[in-house]
Design a protein around this ligand. Structure first.
Ligand SMILES: Cc1cc2nc3c(=O)[nH]c(=O)nc-3n(C[C@H](O)[C@H](O)[C@H](O)COP(=O)(O)OP(=O)(O)OC[C@H]3O[C@@H](n4cnc5c(N)ncnc54)[C@H](O)[C@@H]3O)c2cc1C
Ligand code: SF4
Ligand code: SF4
Length: 362
């Protein structure tokens, strides 16, 4: 196929040319599983057969394929108020799981694990796509029991292609699939929900993580070289990286030592807060035992209210003095990204684009 044909076709050839060849794949996993010609090799994605189909779904699902953010926002939030920096939301909290057992296992306050467990127990979801294993051997998992979900707790800072298991969930008959994902995966989920061929409407709950970057597959060689391949927990407090060893000891190194491992595509990523999720969850950057929780859709609002009433999670007002700090970090990231030449995939209105590129205030 020549270039002009490729660009008119929404298929694997366009995915290869616009996304994979340019190093823009986020390894979300959305294009994997439905099509036998696209495979993951660890944390790499490859089209293994030349596919001539012009209306293939792979390109349509890809968060680095052209993304009509306005259209997606409309489908997720309808006429709810839009905040160009933080995305649509109805409330912001500091929050944590009430269970000490969850908090001990979790990255921060365990809100993701607690809400996922609660959603399963309530029947809102019957399964969840999550990232399990340790920080150095992370893998996608299809969870269907509370035990499975509990074992997923903790952040893995590489790009785990969890959405690659969505078709397995469908084949196994799950009807209400939950997803916990990085913002790129959240965008892919919203695209998947619009595609009937893949049964995307079975995605029932989307819990998004904050994510400003993830690490490339070279991270695995790095930890081997440094004798850290068996670490059981990894944390990134400001400007440092902590690796907890099997014997409980901790090794700390400056963040600068792993900065070269940040994935290139993350530098072109417009959405650090999972703006299209039902709820988004991040750190507080102040209190390690707590999360920042952003409530976005009505479904997310109901889940948080029910979990709070049931005594599963604890909510505190989001401190007003932290809001400018969060807004500034997101504003600067979006501005940097929009100024790059490789971000043609970002379909946002000109006014929104200008408010970041030309604007100075948040
Ligand atoms: C790559 C990455 C970068 C992040 N960067 C930031 C940041 O810059 N600022 C910030 O505030 N927060 C960031 N986070 C989010 C933060 O690390 C926590 O995941 C979040 O605060 C939830 O905490 P928790 O205690 O509720 O999580 P837990 O209850 O421990 O649950 C963690 C959940 O995250 C899922 N998960 C873990 N790793 C991955 C992965 N690689 N891909 C998809 N899902 C995964 C697991 O399935 C699990 O369900 C990042 C997370 C990841 C994965
Ligand atoms: S859909 Fe996801 S995994 Fe597939 S090419 Fe796009 S970013 Fe990569
Ligand atoms: S920074 Fe963006 S592209 Fe990179 S892992 Fe996070 S959400 Fe995905």
């Amino acid at each position: 196929m020549d270039n002009s044909t490729i660009m008119q076709c929404d298929g694997a050839a366009r995915l290869q040319k616009e996304v994979l060849d340019r190093g823009l794949c986020t390894v979300c996993g959305a294009c994997v599983g439905y099509c036998p010609y696209i495979k993951t090799f660890g944390e790499q994605v490859a089209v293994i057969h030349d596919c001539k189909i012009c209306d293939g779904v792979c390109y349509r699902l890809c968060p680095r394929g052209f993304t009509d953010y306005e259209g997606l926002r409309q489908s997720v939030f309808g006429s709810m108020d839009f905040d160009p920096v933080l995305g649509t939301h109805t409330a912001l909290y500091y929050a944590r799981a009430k269970s000490e057992k969850i908090r001990a296992q979790a990255q921060y306050g365990g809100i993701v694990t607690a809400l996922s467990l609660f959603a399963l127990q309530q029947g809102l979801i019957d399964s969840s796509l999550m990232a399990g294993g340790g920080p150095t051997d992370a893998q996608p998992f299809l969870c269907s029991t509370s035990k499975d979900i509990f074992e997923m707790a903790g952040s893995k800072f590489t790009a785990v292609p969890t959405l690659s298991l969505f078709q397995e969930a469908v084949k196994n008959g799950f009807q209400r699939v939950g997803v916990v994902g990085r913002p790129c995966q959240v965008t892919a989920c919203r695209k998947m929900q619009q595609v009937e061929e893949i049964n995307g409407q079975r995605i029932a709950l989307v819990i998004g993580l904050f994510c400003f970057w993830s690490l490339s597959a070279e991270f695995h060689s790095f930890v081997k070289e440094r004798g850290l391949a068996n670490c059981t927990h990894m944390g990134i407090p400001k400007d440092n990286v902590n690796f907890r060893q099997e014997n409980g000891s901790q090794i700390t190194m400056p963040l600068e030592e792993i900065r070269h491992l940040i994935k290139e595509t993350c530098k072109a990523c417009y959405d650090p807060l999972s703006e299209l999720a039902d709820v988004s969850v991040g750190s507080t950057e102040q209190y390690p035992g707590w999360n920042t929780l952003v409530v976005r859709t009505n479904k997310g609002k109901q889940l948080v209210a029910d979990a709070s009433t049931a005594g599963i999670i604890e909510l505190q007002s989001y401190p007003l003095d932290r809001l400018p700090v969060l807004r500034q970090a997101v504003f600067q990231k979006k501005k940097r990204v929009l100024e790059r030449p490789d971000t043609a995939y970002i379909g946002v209105p000109t006014g929104e684009r200008n408010s970041f590129v030309k604007g100075g205030e948040v």
